[in-house]
Write a protein that binds this ligand. Structure first.
Ligand SMILES: Nc1ncnc2c1ncn2[C@@H]1O[C@H](COP(=O)(O)OP(=O)(O)O)[C@@H](O)[C@H]1O
Ligand SMILES: [Mg+2]
Length: 288
């Protein structure tokens, strides 16, 4: 089901008060016992842009996300986000700098949509456990403020009617939206989306694509997206970086990349196997 995103949303602090810095990935290499998953990868996500990271299965896309979010440590290279060097930081420190991510496979807790979104607000909650446990009035006010913002972002992402619904009862496409909304609840400057439409039907894909472009336009944040759906990448991305076997083999506008012989060869070379390994995740590359 396709939903219009007509709900206006207040830009978060990223766009309102702080500059959204560029993300500069430079010479990043990741080695796992004998295997080079990333080899001197470099690209820049311009402030406020949608940047797509594409490539055949095993190219190193998820590994890149894991380096950017602090889950994996780079063997070499640097990742700068404004003045901060991210490669030395733990995941929670990176999140606190305004880098939020979703995962290739849904990672939601039990409870309602609201519960999951409030987890996203948690990184911003100044009232610690003590204040909350003592039931100080300030903690109550802060909770209410966070809940209002969570509701606003739920409406913005098309989940307004499901705010108090247990996530377990939601259709798959809406659960993917909960992940997205939860990441937005962290008021990120940079949003990392790992296959946000994987497993969705065509209607859900179109709706999600619309939501993603609305996020960029309304919130003014940068988005780095890993996606197999070429149609979606071509429609959404301002710039594309192509990985193959851990190397950056091409980059540029969607049109440039689409016509690049190296890219065509990389995709043709693995054309029969790409998607076969996780066919359930990728119904088929959607041409829309
Ligand atoms: N934790 C890990 N340990 C060992 N090898 C890994 C690990 N994570 C990823 N790899 C390997 O790194 C390569 C890139 O994987 P990945 O980043 O998941 O690719 P993609 O997301 O582009 O499909 C693959 O060969 C994969 O098997
Ligand atoms: Mg992956």
């Amino acid at each position: 089901m396709t939903r219009p995103n007509t709900t206006p949303v207040t830009p978060g602090p990223a766009a309102a008060e702080q500059q959204v810095p560029a993300l500069v990935v430079d010479g990043v290499t990741v080695r796992f016992a004998g295997l080079t998953a990333l080899d001197q990868v470099a690209f820049t996500v311009a402030p406020g842009s949608v940047h797509a990271l594409i490539g055949p299965n095993g190219a190193g896309k998820s590994t890149t996300f894991n380096v950017l979010s602090g889950v994996y440590r780079a063997t070499e290279g640097s990742v700068r986000f404004g003045d901060a060097e991210l490669t030395a930081l733990a995941p929670h420190r990176i999140a606190a700098l305004g880098v939020a991510r979703t995962f290739q496979n849904i990672v939601l807790t039990g409870g309602t949509v609201a519960d999951n979104l409030m987890l996203g607000r948690h990184t911003l909650t100044r009232a610690g456990f003590t204040t909350t446990a003592l039931r100080l009035p300030s903690a109550g006010r802060e909770q209410r403020r966070h809940r209002e913002r969570a509701r606003e972002l739920a409406e913005f992402t098309g989940l307004g009617d499901s705010f108090d619904t247990p996530v377990a009862l939601l259709p798959y496409g809406d659960r993917k939206r909960v992940e997205l909304a939860r990441a937005l609840c962290m008021e990120p400057k940079l949003l990392l989306l790992d296959e946000p439409v994987a497993g969705m039907n065509t209607g859900e894909r179109v709706g999600m694509a619309r939501t993603i472009s609305t996020i960029r336009d309304a919130l003014g944040i940068s988005i780095l997206i890993v996606e197999h759906d070429m149609g979606l990448v071509m429609r959404l991305a301002d710039e594309v970086t192509v990985l193959d076997f851990g190397r950056r083999i091409a980059g540029g506008t969607p049109q440039q990349v689409q016509q690049d012989p190296t890219v065509i060869r990389a995709y043709l070379g693995t054309g029969s196997t790409d998607g076969a390994g996780d066919a359930t995740d990728h119904p088929q590359e959607d041409a829309r």
